[in-house]
Design a protein around this ligand. Structure first.
Ligand code: F6P
Length: 397
């Protein structure tokens, strides 16, 4: 029970609450911490049968106010049921912008662990980007953009009139973030999951650029069906290095960053790029331990039990003196934090198992399925962020 945690978002509309909630939730689940977002807007749309215009959010309209509070309470009660059963971190994605609401939530959640996460934004560029995300969110996606903007501005005005930032006198644990990375204030927050959450939030920025993932070009070991090692590319692989360079430099118009592992085959694949390159061991291929530089056939012959055990549980199975997929998730936790902190397009040239684990993060694929994802050689995977997740396209070169 101690590890369980409720995070209550606080902030005006279009401050990035849903963006932060959804991204944090994706990261925690991938790190193995069972997390779920409860969005009161989703409950409102479900209970009220669709969209409500700005007048619904007029705090001076008593009957609307009561309905709105009632819906939030229903949503929060569902959250409590979930966290008491099998949840570990539950995020309440709602404005929770006045003291009265926060007192209710604090009392209702006792004796559970609750932290308020307030997003404060006065940077016009960030507000504009959040607004763009708002206009493609469920309330406005099917509306005329001019109407959507006017309606949203009215809604925003109603919330602004009664918004109160969290004060120490409220006697709650809180994290306040100003303009994403400008200022971070933490009060009475500590613990293992809390540290993970704070590290993620410290690095989270609004990035609407795509991320490109690719395995290295075909290597000599790929041709010989040998796993691991540190060999060079085959002729096919060298051709792919030309193709990926041409494709990416035509595709990305602005400055971008390239990540490779420290192994020759990824560095060779990215060799033609003149953009900034970062080599990191975090992206090295899964270590096959005593099976490195062997074919699967040789492993089967020499260590049949390794093949059997790995097949039985590919996620957890650790090669003797090597790694498992769970080890890779652990290793890539810090890489993903690093990725979050860039505001540029990114190309990652890595390896089979590494790309599977990264796809697991971006596509919210359950752990058990990650080792079984198919990632082909000579394909670029383009991941474009939208308001909630990443759109995946695969380009064969
Ligand atoms: O075969 C290429 C390769 O990158 C090996 O170096 C690595 O051991 C393997 O893929 C990972 O894939 P799997 O986990 O499916 O064996």
């Amino acid at each position: 029970m101690d590890e369980k945690l409720i995070i209550v978002m606080v902030g005006l509309p279009a401050r990035g609450k849903s963006y932060t909630s959804n991204n944090l939730c994706r990261y925690l689940n991938w790190c193995g911490v069972n997390c779920k977002v409860f969005n009161s807007g989703d409950y409102r749309r479900k209970i009220m049968g669709g969209f409500q215009d700005a007048s619904f959010f007029d705090f001076d309209n008593d009957s609307n106010y009561r309905i709105k509070e009632q819906i939030s309470k229903i949503c929060f009660e569902e959250l409590l049921k979930w966290i008491d059963k099998d949840g570990v971190v539950a995020i309440f994605d709602s404005t929770n912008s006045n003291v009265e609401r926060r007192i209710y939530l604090k009392n209702k959640s006792k004796p559970r662990n609750i932290i308020f996460l307030e997003l404060i934004t006065d940077d016009e560029v960030i507000i504009k980007k959040n607004l763009n995300l708002k206009l493609i969110s469920p309330d406005y996606i099917d509306k005329d953009p001019k109407y959507a903007l006017e309606d949203f501005n009215k809604r925003h005005e109603f919330y602004s009139r009664q918004y109160a930032t969290i004060e120490d006198s409220e006697d709650v644990k809180y994290i306040k973030i100003k303009n994403f990375t400008e200022k971070l204030v933490i009060r009475r927050v500590f613990g293992i999951n809390e540290s993970l959450i704070i590290s993620y939030l410290m690095n989270l920025r609004l990035n609407s650029y795509p991320i490109y993932l690719s395995r290295h070009g075909e290597s000599i070991n790929n041709v010989n069906k040998v796993i691991g090692g540190d060999c060079l590319l085959s002729e096919n692989g060298n051709n792919y290095a030309i193709k990926i360079h041409d494709f990416i430099t035509t595709e990305i118009k602005e400055d971008f960053i390239i990540f490779t592992s420290c192994l020759k085959r990824t560095k060779k694949t990215a060799e033609l790029f003149t953009q900034k390159k970062i080599e990191t061991r975090l992206l090295n291929e899964i270590h096959g331990g005593i099976c490195e530089n062997m074919t699967y056939y040789e492993i089967e012959e020499k260590y049949p039990e390794i093949m059997q055990d790995r097949k039985a549980d590919k996620l957890r199975y650790r090669y003797p003196e090597g790694e498992s997929y769970l080890d890779l998730i652990e290793r890539l936790k810090y890489f993903v934090l690093q990725l979050r902190s860039y505001k540029k397009p990114i190309l990652i040239v890595a390896h089979n198992a590494i790309i599977k684990v990264l796809l697991g993060y971006f596509q919210e694929i359950p752990h058990e399925k990650i080792p079984h994802i198919d990632v082909n050689l000579h394909e670029v995977i383009k991941l474009t962020p939208n308001s909630k997740n990443y759109l995946k396209e695969t380009i064969k070169l």
